[in-house]
Design a binder for this molecule. Sequence first.
Ligand SMILES: *[C@@H]1O[C@H](CO)[C@@H](O)[C@H](O)[C@H]1NC(C)=O
Ligand SMILES: *[C@@H]1O[C@H](CO)[C@@H](O)[C@H](O)[C@H]1NC(C)=O
Ligand SMILES: *[C@@H]1O[C@H](CO)[C@@H](O)[C@H](O)[C@H]1NC(C)=O
Ligand SMILES: *[C@@H]1O[C@H](CO)[C@@H](O)[C@H](O)[C@H]1NC(C)=O
Ligand SMILES: *[C@@H]1O[C@H](CO)[C@@H](O)[C@H](O)[C@H]1NC(C)=O
Length: 267
Amino acid sequence: MHHLLLLTPLILALQAASMFILVPLYLYPGRSASAWSNVTAAIKAYPQVQWQVIINPGDGPNITTCPTDTDYIYAISSMNSHANVMTLGYVDTAFANRAYSLVVQDINTYASWWNCNEQGYNVSIDGIFFDDVNNTASSSVFTYMQNAANYAYSQVPSDVTPVVFNPGALAPTQLFSYCSTMIQFENVYSLYNNATTIKTIPSAYRGQSAILVTNTLETTAPIGSLVHTMAYYGIEAVYFTPDENPSAYHTFDLDLLEQIAAAVAAG
Ligand SMILES: *[C@@H]1O[C@H](CO)[C@@H](O)[C@H](O)[C@H]1NC(C)=O
Ligand SMILES: *[C@@H]1O[C@H](CO)[C@@H](O)[C@H](O)[C@H]1NC(C)=O
Ligand SMILES: *[C@@H]1O[C@H](CO)[C@@H](O)[C@H](O)[C@H]1NC(C)=O
Ligand SMILES: *[C@@H]1O[C@H](CO)[C@@H](O)[C@H](O)[C@H]1NC(C)=O
Ligand SMILES: *[C@@H]1O[C@H](CO)[C@@H](O)[C@H](O)[C@H]1NC(C)=O
């Protein structure tokens, strides 16, 4: 009994410290989710690692009804079959310039997919990923993002509804109170400077911060060391891609995905 009591805080501390992998899976899945097969293989190979996977049929759900594209229906359903995955629906905010009613419409669509599960398919979406978040400290931005996030939390009927904001750069700390995770760096590898970059994020917010490094040369990038340093400083989520342009995140290389997952698993 004493052993258990002593071990419990340690186990909790280790769990709190483990990062998740945030995958911008904007790519069309193809037949039988073939284009997603490397992501799925890495997810299966690392069941102890948590993954959040962003689904983006067309800068948003692309429709206002249940999914009609059979490739997407199959692919989302297979993704939902993995216990270590949460799916996020992509919603654009266009730096708080997009009509708020359209943001609401996209959230309503993803939330409604919980009622679209037929013929053994499960297209439920766990949370919402807000892209192009304006990182200006202004009350109009705060109101827009607070309303959007609260709407997502209230409508998506998931046990845990993750809400991710992507300003892609440092955000005013006020914005952190509305979301679960904030992407604080989405930029090229040559501008990622390990602990120096991490330390630009105020320490109190690192546990809610994600780092997404683009233009990564997988053969030479010391993924293990970089991820270990993120974990050491308490960063919440990570991703590395060889692609540079977010509108063309289309390379999902198994070797790189496994390097990231192995590093996250190692802590
Ligand atoms: C997007 O919507 C268009 C028109 O409604 C439809 O033809 C197309 O199949 C949809 N694409 C996806 C990926 O759902
Ligand atoms: C469908 O997927 C959602 C989201 O991952 C999950 O919470 C839910 O339990 C799944 N439903 C079934 C019936 O497996
Ligand atoms: C971000 O919000 C500020 C304040 O409302 C606005 O002035 C600025 O134009 C917005 N940024 C972009 C890129 O639209
Ligand atoms: C990253 O920084 C940490 C801590 O300063 C250091 O131990 C590690 O070697 C660095 N890794 C790389 C690849 O520069
Ligand atoms: C999967 O990753 C391998 C390299 O690890 C790559 O050669 C292949 O093209 C990738 N396949 C897909 C469908 O992304």
